[in-house]
Design a binder for this molecule. Structure first.
Ligand SMILES: *Cc1c(COP(=O)(O)O)cnc(C)c1O
Length: 401
């Protein structure tokens, strides 16, 4: 299912490095895991597209029948460009100006509101006329580490569930039609019980919302990063979610649809970052491998200590040695410390795995370096989906006398 080392080498030769490569088939297969596991239930999936927004990826997501979740109104506009209907677009806001919610309303998409202040403004402006969702903070800890945990009681995300009385005041004042209740507890959640806990929290407050149609459990499913790592067990999650629902029939007697917003789960493993070794520096304790990339292209290891598996595809059977893999940016951008790789020489190709989610998407032009090209492999065809930045791109928008 994965792209072979030979395929990756050919792509590096054809398009140069650094290069992001995505495998459409992997995305399709991940989506199928979700829909297979939840086949017996009324469940919808919205791809959290902030993970990777290239329009060709969005089109692929659309073509396999998956819906889309957006974090900004610009992502909503990208989703329209990719052909999504408004009803298949969800906009989950966070700390934004009310004008952006007005824009999303005008575009006719589903909206989750994440502050009392914006809920009040929404009520004033739209009252009962536009069904809307609430982004709640369930006050539970979930996810791989604190930096990627979003549902705990110190998190900025959502309206704290303990402010239910205030929420209900606003809802009744404007007769708001609350259609969806959303929670998102974090990323890298392997323990399915975190989702069950979320359901428990929601079921305490569901009776207060008579017109509810769905509950939205967010994203954050775990994917494997290194050998021996597991993935969120989808059949088990589906079973637990079903159990939770049969233990708590909706007191309002209405059927509730369940929504999820997977980002990483769909695209992480579909992506590869291909890089080339610029320099090797021998030190008494460490050998540094300096590559033609850095935190400007893949910031996850430096930003929240993410682990990315790296392989030397130029020398796959060479003797294993220990290296520090570092970037070419004038900051300490260490991708991996004390990492075993097959013996590395200058000019070798190193591939980073799990580069599909939050890879290119978080890239920048820091140090006035260009962003990489992106390539999509689909139906055995290779398609350039973003050209490499050129020098002129660095001057775009600068005003030069
Ligand atoms: C980022 C995000 C997601 C997706 O998280 P992943 O860890 O990539 O699955 C889902 N929902 C919301 C609201 C998000 O902000």
């Amino acid at each position: 299912m994965a792209l072979s080392q030979q395929q990756l080498k050919n792509l590096a030769a054809e398009f140069g490095t650094p290069l992001y490569v995505y495998d459409a088939e992997h995305i399709t297969a991940q989506y199928k895991k979700l829909t297979d596991a939840f086949a017996q239930t009324d469940t919808k999936f919205f791809y959290a597209c902030k993970a990777l927004t290239n329009i060709n990826i969005l089109k692929h997501i659309n073509s396999i029948g998956c819906n889309v979740d957006c974090s900004s109104v610009n992502e909503v506009k990208l989703a329209f460009l990719a052909g999504f209907e408004p009803k298949r677009i969800l906009y989950t806001s966070n700390g934004i100006h009310f004008s952006e919610i007005e824009e999303a309303q005008n575009l006719g998409v589903h909206i989750n509101i994440d502050s009392l202040s914006n809920l009040e403004k929404f009520g004033q402006k739209f009252g009962h006329s536009y069904p809307v969702g609430l982004r709640l903070r369930p006050n539970i800890m979930g996810g791989g580490n604190l930096k990627v945990s979003t549902g705990h009681d110190q998190s900025k995300f959502g309206i704290p569930v303990d402010q239910l009385d205030q929420i209900l005041d606003v809802v009744s004042k404007y007769n708001l039609h609350i259609q969806n209740l959303h929670i998102h507890t974090g990323s890298d959640i392997k323990d399915v019980d975190v989702f069950v806990k979320g359901i428990e929290v929601l079921f305490d407050i569901i009776p207060s919302f008579k017109k509810l149609e769905s509950i939205d459990l967010g994203g954050g499913f775990k994917v494997p990063y290194q050998d021996g790592d597991g993935e969120t067990d989808m059949p088990l999650l589906a079973k637990k979610v079903n159990e939770a629902f049969s233990n708590h029939p909706n007191p309002n007697g209405k059927h509730l649809q369940v929504w999820f917003e997977p980002g990483k789960f769909l695209v992480s493993g579909a992506g590869y970052l291909l890089t080339e070794v610029n320099v090797i520096k021998e030190n008494p304790n460490t050998t540094f491998v300096g590559i033609n990339s850095g935190l400007n292209h893949l910031i996850r290891p430096m930003f929240y200590d993410a682990y990315h598996k790296i392989e030397n595809i130029s020398n796959p059977t060479g003797e294993e040695k220990s290296y520090a893999v570092t970037g070419y940016i004038c900051e300490t951008d260490t991708f991996a410390w004390d990492r075993k790789l097959n013996e590395v020489k200058e000019g070798d190709l190193l591939v980073f795995y799990n580069a599909g989610a939050y890879g290119f998407e978080m890239s920048s032009n820091f140090n006035s370096r260009q962003k990489p090209a992106e390539v999509l492999v689909k139906d055995d065809k290779v398609q350039l989906i973003r050209r490499r930045d050129e020098f002129e791109d660095l001057l775009k928008n600068q005003i030069i006398d």
